[in-house]
Design a protein. Structure first.
Length: 346
């Protein structure tokens, strides 16, 4: 069977760059972003292949991925394609980064809806998909969920991409999760808010703030005003879209320790929550707050900051419960090819 255009099968896409590679920041608006945001946005975090199989025994994916040099920190890391059915991992298949390669994934039965989570390191690009012994069609799209945050949202310390909390919550609610988490960044950068405002979305979650304690220190007043400004800019493009603010999670070392501007993480969290409550009280009926401090315990943190797999699962479940009453019915959208993604998101 001939190769099919992967575009209609891909989920979790925000933008494509000029060479057709998935990126997670607007390629026409990179000059206003901090360097660390732009670097992390080059990785296709959260991208998935979703399909419905009919009579197929396997699916093949043709891909391209950057081949790391022997001394590269990515050399030797697991490069696996994970096949999921619903909330169940079926199996993982190892493949090597290559200028062009093909991986075959055996299906547990010949009919059903499946998701493939490709590896996220080495910036893989999907070149084609095809069924073996049957047919595959793009799976129906769920409501589009934009999730903005830092390394916790990006999925750090989860053992696999599918275990990151946005993936967990997205599966639970049947959402097309678009992961816009930027490790080391997500400090309320206002250009990011404007980019979110321009992206199509059915649901939005903002989960930044931890890096405002140490990486670039904020005062509580600055955190309060930044939160107001960020949400107001997002609202310019999404005035009525359900929007959930998740305040910073537990970080034991930072809770009572003042940063360079005298703010503790507890104080920054309170400032973000107060700003969100102010907007709710002012009449934003589709804005809601999920306080982050009590969602995880110290034993759910792998390194005192990032959740382990159990922590990601608990966080994903908490977010799913908060979002569930506000998730719209799946929109009726035609599948879009790769070129259409950039056109509609610009």
């Amino acid at each position: 069977m001939s190769w099919l255009d992967p575009g209609p099968f891909l989920r979790g896409l925000a933008w494509l760059d000029a060479e057709g590679r998935p990126v997670r920041a607007d390629p026409d608006d990179t000059m206003r972003l901090p360097w660390d945001t732009g670097e992390r946005a080059a990785l296709p975090i959260g991208m998935r292949v979703e399909f419905t199989a009919r009579g197929a025994s396997a699916v093949e994916i043709r891909y391209r991925a950057r081949v790391p040099e022997p001394d590269d920190e990515l050399a030797g890391l697991a490069h696996t394609f994970a096949l999921w059915e619903g909330d169940h991992l079926i199996h993982e298949t190892a493949a090597e980064p290559a200028e062009e390669g093909v991986v075959a994934l055996q299906l547990p039965h010949h009919n059903g809806k499946f998701t493939v989570h490709p590896p996220e390191s080495c910036s893989p690009v999907m070149l084609g998909v095809r069924a073996i012994g049957g047919t595959i069609t793009p799976a129906p799209r769920g409501p589009r969920w934009l999730v903005h945050g830092d390394s916790i949202t990006e999925g750090w310390w989860s053992t696999r991409p599918a275990h990151a909390w946005p993936a967990v919550a997205g599966r639970a609610l049947g959402l097309d999760t678009v992961n816009l988490g930027y490790a080391g960044a997500a400090r309320g950068e206002l250009p990011t808010a404007e980019q979110l405002a321009r992206l199509p979305a059915d649901v939005i979650t903002l989960a930044f703030g931890t890096n405002c304690w140490s990486r670039i220190p904020f005062s509580a007043t600055l955190m309060h005003e930044t939160t107001l400004a960020f949400i107001r800019l997002v609202r310019r493009g999404h005035p009525k879209t359900p929007l959930l603010v998740l305040s910073p999670l537990l970080r034991p070392e930072a809770e009572r320790t003042p940063n360079a501007l005298g703010a503790t993480l507890a104080g920054l969290r309170a400032a973000m929550e107060d700003a969100t409550r102010h907007l709710i009280a002012a009449g934003d009926r589709t804005l809601q707050l999920l306080p982050g401090q009590g969602l995880l315990a110290p034993n759910h943190l792998a390194d005192g900051l990032h959740p382990n797999d159990e922590g990601h699962a608990l966080l994903g479940s908490a977010v799913a419960r908060a979002l569930a009453p506000h998730v719209p019915e799946p929109p009726r959208r035609e599948s879009r090819g790769l070129r259409d993604v950039r056109r509609s998101s610009a």
